[in-house]
Design a protein around this ligand. Structure first.
Ligand SMILES: Cc1cc2nc3c(=O)[nH]c(=O)nc-3n(C[C@H](O)[C@H](O)[C@H](O)COP(=O)(O)OP(=O)(O)OC[C@H]3O[C@@H](n4cnc5c(N)ncnc54)[C@H](O)[C@@H]3O)c2cc1C
Length: 460
């Protein structure tokens, strides 16, 4: 007999594991053990830099049963006029509250913190005590394999005498340096540049290594409440862009023309896409940096120069290098969500890890037909290149159609905090003529768009 016997063993108390467990608690009477090598829930948010914020609205992130934030619209700052974005501390506090005030008091959940799990054995990282675990279902809530700079060394050589820090150390290290080189152009690289600019670093003293330009989503397109008409417009624009495009590259130009996607420099065609979101205010700040190095990835830093894949540039005096080169979400291949006694948490809605995990938890609790569960929960592998947006949309549109045909799931979605779209749609008033018109346009183009995507993806 195992030391610990539960219905579900969840490996990982990050955002995905927490959102999944929350649904399972709501919709079943299962017993659950959550194992994590960290000391508290929240996964990679525990390692985040001090100035991190969500880049999507708090309103639809976290666990479904508890609100995150107050639903406010920011009155100041670069996100002015848009739904609030939780800080890293708020995200951690949300997950802590979920664990302490909701999960553990049920008496059905055990949280094994500071514990490494492998092949049926949970080993305490402090005492070394090993407990065998037997579960009906094992839930892999670590498949996203998120990478953050503070947890790994830079992916390039750094010679002795070079000042190079992960962006977690930027606030402490910045005051003693004259100039800054930010290495990496994902969410963390953008955050480092914006932090420097907002804290007074002159733009001419910032150099930014952008190995690949990325298409970025304009945050104004993901707003709910009174701003829902813009979101409805965005939904319609996405499918219309697919039908109107001349070819695959043109899809992204069409999306840009409609205000859906933005890029750093209108002369550079992006070759990357990672679901990063910016506001127009943030974009305007980033464009103040003129010394943008587009020479591929950094390969080596020496005290005098920066070596990159396609050239070398000298270091300005007193340079602090800020490493933001971790992959974030590395983009592992999709695999079936439900497979025998194993569930692998993945996105089932584009770029929405917590909604996806919550929906998978709900489906698991409501249904025991594996084939049907996988039919409802087709996984979406995270993107790396722009055409991945089309690949993801193909699955997303299919999933949307399957969910809308399921009355029970529609009911769940309408009540789900993490799905503001379905609930807002249900509450749409006849006076909201703009939103209605956009939804009409969406319905007109969604079928043709679905049919066109395979052709666009097949283009060289
Ligand atoms: C800076 C940053 C900002 C982001 N902002 C947003 C945003 O605004 N909106 C959004 O939707 N997404 C955002 N993301 C994406 C983010 O990755 C997801 O939102 C989510 O936090 C990922 O959670 P996860 O549970 O999949 O992974 P993780 O947070 O990595 O959690 C996995 C957990 O599993 C544990 N674990 C793994 N293996 C084992 C094992 N064998 N034994 C014990 N424990 C184990 C790990 O310790 C970890 O705690 C952001 C990512 C980053 C890096």
């Amino acid at each position: 007999m195992a030391d610990l016997e539960v219905d579900y063993l969840v490996i990982g108390a990050g955002a995905a594991g927490m959102a999944f467990t929350d649904s399972l608690i709501s919709d079943s009477d299962a017993t659950i053990a959550i194992v994590d090598r960290r000391h508290r829930p929240g996964g990679h948010w525990n390692d985040a830099y001090p100035f991190v914020r969500l880049h999507q609205p708090s309103a639809f992130y976290g666990v479904n049963s508890l609100p995150l934030g107050s639903g406010a619209v920011d009155a100041v700052g670069l996100n002015r006029g848009l739904a609030e974005l939780a800080s890293g501390h708020e995200v951690l506090s949300h997950f802590d509250q979920a664990m302490q005030q909701r999960f553990l008091p049920t008496g059905r959940v055990e949280f094994l913190a500071m514990t490494e799990y492998a092949e049926g054995v949970a080993t305490s990282l402090l005492s070394g005590e090993r407990r065998t675990v037997s579960s009906r279902v094992t839930v892999d809530a670590s498949y996203s394999a998120v990478q953050v700079p503070s947890r790994r060394p830079p992916s390039y050589a750094v010679d002795a005498g070079v000042a190079c820090v992960p962006l977690n150390d930027l606030p402490d290290a910045a005051p003693s340096h004259e100039s800054f080189t930010v290495v990496g152009a994902g969410k963390t690289g953008m955050d480092a540049c914006i932090w420097l600019l907002l804290n007074g670093a002159p733009p001419e003293r910032i150099r930014w290594v952008v190995p690949r330009d990325a298409w970025l989503l304009d945050r104004a397109c993901f707003q709910f409440g009174d701003a829902f008409a813009r979101t409805a417009q965005s939904l319609a624009d996405q499918v219309e862009a697919i039908t109107a495009a001349k070819d695959r590259d043109d899809v992204f130009l069409q999306l840009e023309a409609r205000g859906e996607l933005v890029r750093l420099d209108s002369d550079v065609m992006p070759t990357a896409y990672h679901c990063a979101i910016v506001s127009q205010g943030e974009l305007a700040q980033l464009r103040r940096i003129e010394d943008v190095v587009r020479m591929g990835r950094v390969t080596r830093l020496t005290p005098t120069e920066m070596q990159l894949e396609s050239g070398t540039v000298p270091n300005p005096p007193g340079t602090l290098f800020v490493d933001c080169s971790a992959a974030g979400i590395p983009g592992r291949p999709a695999r079936p969500v439900f497979s025998g006694d194993r569930i692998t948490l993945q996105w089932v809605r584009l770029c929405q890890p917590t909604f996806s995990a919550a929906l998978i938890g709900h489906v698991e609790a409501m249904d025991d037909d594996e084939q049907r569960k996988n039919w409802i929960c087709q996984p979406i592998a995270p993107p790396t290149v722009p055409s991945d947006w089309l690949r993801m949309m193909a699955v997303e549109l299919d999933n949307r159609q399957r969910w809308s045909a399921d009355a029970e799931l529609q009911r769940w979605q309408s009540a789900a905090r993490l799905d503001p779209f379905t609930s807002r749609l249900g509450a749409l008033g006849a006076h909201e003529t703009d939103a209605m018109a956009h939804l009409g346009r969406y319905l007109e183009h969604v079928g043709p768009a679905t049919e066109r995507i395979p052709d666009l993806l097949a283009q060289p």
